[in-house]
Design a protein around this ligand. Sequence first.
Ligand code: PEP
Length: 258
Amino acid sequence: MPQRLVIGNWKLHLTAAEAVALASAVAEGLGGFEWDPARVGVGIAPSYPFLVPVGQAIGGADARVDLVAQACHPEPQGAFTGAVSVEQLASVGVRRVIVGHSERRRVFGVDDPQVTRTVNRVLGAGLSAVACVGETLAERDSGRAREVVLGQLDAVLEGVKGSALGRLIVAYEPVWAIGTGQVATPAQAGEVHGWIHERLASFDPNGSQVPVLYGGSVKPGNIAELASTPGIDGALVGGASLEAESFLKIVQGVLKAS
Ligand code: PEP
């Protein structure tokens, strides 16, 4: 069975002091209940400038919480003003990188070929990639959800070489559910997770061990049902990760279901 995980994506939110306070509250809160990172891994993804202080707040190199970056550029170095490479992220203790989030695709023009190259670079550097896939409402309404999600997944898998698959995490994030409060039903999410798991298993014999997270309006009130749905191995959480209390409740929900 794949590892279960909960990752908080803080997006473009918080000041440095707020980010450090939230990271400390999450780390402290996790100590308050029977949390075993081997059962449910937990990660937090602050903005780039806060990676170092947040990394320190959660315990540095020995942290039980994973330091996660929200994105990275596929090139290792060069004339790419404003970009950050995976090597730079690794050098400050980042363990996982979110790749191809729908907001990166929509707002910053990240496309499938760039996702392929970035997944390849992140995994090649020994980090874990949290690769996001998901259809828009128009694509779902026109019956194209499967085609779109599996097309994006194929672009992700093109970047995976050999044993690097063990460091891949996939997040199914229907675009229509992100930040809208309109969560996918367990039936809707479960169906898509089934397609993804099937494709991963046909890609490689170890594909069945790749965790597939659900993301899109996950809240403390809906995590129990989602986490107990077959094929959902955890959550990528946006809005509800910005408060320690709601994020910790989501972690507890996944723990209970595991
Ligand atoms: C996200 O941005 O990855 C996300 C899932 O956001 P939210 O939980 O706010 O829908």
